[in-house]
Design a protein around this ligand. Structure first.
Ligand code: PLP
Length: 365
């Protein structure tokens, strides 16, 4: 059995990414009841592998949602009603998370920087000296701008504030760029499956510290679906509060084995090699990176469209060769374009992509 019902377009977009046929096929298992011992075994089998890849001793919860669900869970459970959360924003995703906190009725302060720039640890330190916060929320890899934020520097600042929880979105970094959750003191480290993990979309993982559970006990209205206390109660029994995406969990089980076989360090090194290839292409083709020097994402390159090419036409050209990249995000449409080099994408795949892009530029550019 193989996925052959539709045309195969190799995705170099920052999610969903290309999923290997073996992983798609791993989902095609007979269903099991989610209150069965077979399910508890599947759940328990994922745990140590997830903890290893998050570099954490904290439990890693399985959420039946995309990453956005854990934004809601973290914002809602880690911040008390009369306290504040500080959001570091530098692009579309970090801005949207701040909105999620607001929509959940939290008091939100925002520290924003210009798109393309990283959030500054000095600004964070200054804000923390001024105001007491229940939590600080940051995005490690801002997928809309291609910026990799200095999470390790924020961690150093936050070390002086043990009562301020550190919530980090590692959605497009995890499994491509190393995320040492415990070393950085991250209290909620969240990701979803369709980025560098290279699974189909629909599931998310959150490594959650006991400090978050203690905080949640002081929050009256945590909702139900994303309540960390309810999730933790089931987690203790290798279970989930509601029906989980069992097929995706089969795929995760297989993918985690394959990733650990490749070796996490090898996987990170492969991503760095691909980042290097992307940077070389950008320079060779006469473009520039949108992200500030020193803060380039390892998993996605946001390319400033300095040559004024027709990004839509480029993608139509690539489609004829069964490939696809991504236009600029939101207000960056046509002003930039993004090449994702994450997940199970190999350097050889990028060579094919860049050769095709060179062909397009030679012909049209
Ligand atoms: C894709 C993305 C999200 C949104 O995640 P979903 O899984 O689509 O909910 C959040 N943050 C970042 C940095 C992303 O790249």
């Amino acid at each position: 059995m193989s996925p052959k019902h539709s045309e195969h377009i190799r995705l170099f977009i920052p999610g969903p990414v290309e999923v290997r046929a073996e992983i798609l096929e791993a989902q095609a298992e007979w269903m099991i009841g989610h209150r069965s011992s077979a399910f508890a075994e599947l759940y328990a089998r994922l745990q140590p592998k997830l903890q290893q890849s998050f570099f954490t001793r904290n439990p890693v919860y399985v959420y039946t949602s995309s990453g956005t669900g854990i934004w809601e869970s973290a914002s809602r459970c880690a911040v008390r009603d009369n306290r504040k959360i500080l959001h570091l924003t530098c692009g579309a995703f970090s801005e949207r998370w701040a909105e999620v906190s607001e929509w959940n009725g939290k008091q939100v302060d925002v520290l924003a920087v210009e798109w393309g720039q990283p959030n500054s640890p000095e600004q964070l330190a200054e804000a923390l000296r001024r105001t007491e916060y229940d939590a600080v929320a940051a995005v490690m890899n801002e997928t809309s701008t291609g910026v990799r934020n200095p999470i390790e520097a924020y961690a150093e600042v936050l070390a002086d504030y043990p009562d301020t929880l550190f919530l980090v979105d590692v959605v497009s970094a995890y499994m491509g760029d190393k995320v040492p959750t415990d070393e950085w003191g991250i209290d909620v480290c969240l990701t979803s499956t369709q980025k560098a993990f290279a699974l189909p979309p629909g599931m998310a993982f959150g490594a959650v510290s006991s400090a978050v559970l203690e905080r949640a006990k002081q929050v009256k209205n945590r909702g139900y679906y994303f309540d960390v206390l309810e999730i933790d109660r089931h987690h203790q029994k290798n279970n989930t509060p509601a029906t989980p995406p069992i097929a995706l969990m089969y795929a995760a089980d297989r993918q985690l084995d394959d990733i650990l076989d490749e070796g996490l360090d090898n996987r990170f090194a492969r991503h760095q090699r691909m980042q290097q290839m992307a940077h070389e292409w950008v320079e060779r083709a006469g473009f520039e990176l949108y992200s500030a020097p020193g803060y380039h994402s390892v998993t996605v390159s946001n390319v400033r469209n300095t040559r004024g090419i027709d990004v839509g036409a480029l993608n139509s050209f690539l489609k004829k060769r069964s490939m696809m990249i991504s236009n600029g995000y939101g207000k960056l449409k046509d002003k930039a374009f993004r090449i994702a080099h994450m997940g199970d994408t190999q350097p050889e795949d990028l060579e094919v992509l860049f050769a095709a892009m060179d062909d397009y530029l030679a012909q049209e550019g």
